[in-house]
Write a protein that binds this ligand. Structure first.
Ligand code: GTP
Ligand code: MG
Length: 419
């Protein structure tokens, strides 16, 4: 049933408008930034954003998310400039969806979660990732089943815009419930298999690259592992995690690239990606990658830390890797936009950032550029030290004198070994 994509993948680019609220706990600046991110998500899904609507409301309208006047304004605009979809930045309740669909009869009504789910389903490659996404989609759609029905009927055309009768809806619900049960069982089985595989790898120190989406995790993995990892300037380039075996200064370890995090990530998605996230949960060391050139990188760090806490992986030794240093424009001392920041400003800024982020778990902070291969050596030497300690935890009899770690100078043995 879900094989029909909600967003068509045909050549013709579909158009959309975006809607966001300026509310009690989200000021105008934040809302606009979220909407920029939503536009990027839409682009990733293959949609072109034609216009963005904002409304000031203390809380979303129960019935239609935005107020009556705003709804009319959007309607009028769309009548003149036809679009294929209208996307809301926050999750819509089943009844909001119903009301909005009644109002925008001829176009698709989506929210951020559904958009993210759609991107994930376009990008999932392995059997496990595909099943995980499908499960998340069904769990998301189940309480909104009328909507799915109307989506499907719209795509098939002809069936008309009325929702299904009670009987069809009941049948539909049962089919979806059965499918959820089936997928859960299948995933449990895959989960057991990958757990065995992970256990077999248990003798090696495990390092996971984590971070917000599009910060450069896969690019860094490429640089570190010289591996062919899919990286591109789109959100959620990586859905499946990739594992490489590497050797650094005589210490073998496993490096895992993982799916990026984002604000308002659908909870059903986090749940069904549990086993992929196990790679993070079971890691010994985290490389938390941050895009320092992004205006909201500090909020990104918070989102990632919160997600790590949610999945029970917040207490691991972490190296904070500030990436995209080549694009970083620090504020000048004066804080004036037209005053060009000097090298001194830059160094002061980095020193301040470093001291503010060092903590119990954040053992170290490094600034680098993965694409420019700048400061990679510093990351290596920092990682080497943490690796050494972890390796020693696993092999208490390990003699660093015979495997000299700390007399390392310059080039290290950092290469992909077979396996
Ligand atoms: N200028 C600059 N661009 C970078 C750097 N590192 C990565 N990029 C670019 O940032 C974009 C995203 O990189 P990815 O490696 O795909 O990011 P990711 O964190 O793996 O993203 P997801 O898998 O989507 O979560 C790509 O266009 C990279 O070329 C850097 O150091 N400098
Ligand atoms: Mg990636």
């Amino acid at each position: 049933m879900l094989n029909t994509p909600l967003i068509s993948t045909s050549k013709k680019k579909e158009k959309c408008v975006l809607v966001g609220l300026i509310s009690q706990n989200q000021n105008k600046e934040k809302t606009e930034e979220y909407l920029d991110e939503l536009a990027f998500l839409a682009k990733t899904a293959g949609l072109k954003t034609m216009k963005v609507f904002e409304q000031r409301l203390p809380t979303p309208d129960n019935k239609t998310f935005v107020g009556k006047g705003k709804l009319e304004e959007i309607r009028t605009w769309i009548d003149i400039n036809p679009v294929d979809a209208i996307i809301f930045d926050d999750d819509l309740s089943p009844s909001q969806v119903r009301n909005l669909e009644a109002n925008f009869k001829d176009i698709k009504v989506l929210d951020r979660s559904l958009l993210i789910l759609n991107i994930f389903s376009q990008r999932a490659k392995t059997d496990q990732a595909k099943k995980q996404v499908e499960l998340a989609q069904y769990q998301y759609l189940y309480p909104r089943l009328t909507r799915m029905w109307t989506h499907l009927s719209k795509q098939k055309g002809g069936v008309g815009m009325r929702g299904p009768g009670e009987k069809e809806l009941e049948t539909d619900k049962r089919i979806v419930r059965d499918r959820i049960t089936f997928l859960k069982k299948k995933l449990e089985k895959i989960d057991k298999q990958s757990m065995t595989r992970r256990k077999e790898r248990n003798r090696l120190v495990r390092v996971a690259l984590v971070g917000y989406t599009n910060v450069g995790k896969s690019t860094l993995m490429q640089v570190l592992a010289k591996a062919d990892v899919f990286a591109e300037n789109k959100l959620f380039a990586t859905i499946d995690s990739t594992v490489r075996k590497l050797v650094l200064g005589n210490i073998p370890f496993l490096l895992t690239d993982t799916v990026g995090f984002i604000r308002k990530l659908p909870t059903t998605l986090i749940e069904s990606f549990k086993s992929t996230l196990d790679e993070i949960r079971e890691a010994d060391i985290l490389l938390h990658v941050v895009d320092i050139s992004h205006p909201s990188f500090e909020e990104h760090i918070d989102v990632v830390n919160q997600t790590l806490t949610d999945i029970g992986a917040s207490d691991k030794p972490t190296i904070l890797v500030f990436n995209k240093l080549d694009l970083y424009q620090p504020e000048s001392e004066e804080g004036l936009d037209d005053h060009l920041a000097t090298e001194e400003d830059l160094q002061k800024n980095l020193a301040r950032l470093k001291s503010s982020y060092l903590s119990k778990n954040t053992e170290n902070v490094v600034f680098l550029s993965a694409t420019e291969k700048e400061n990679i050596a510093e990351l290596r030497s920092i990682l080497l030290k943490t690796l050494g300690e972890k390796h020693f935890d696993i092999y208490p009899n390990w003699d660093p004198k015979q495997n000299p770690l700390y007399d390392w100078q310059g080039e290290v043995n950092w290469e992909e070994s077979e396996g």
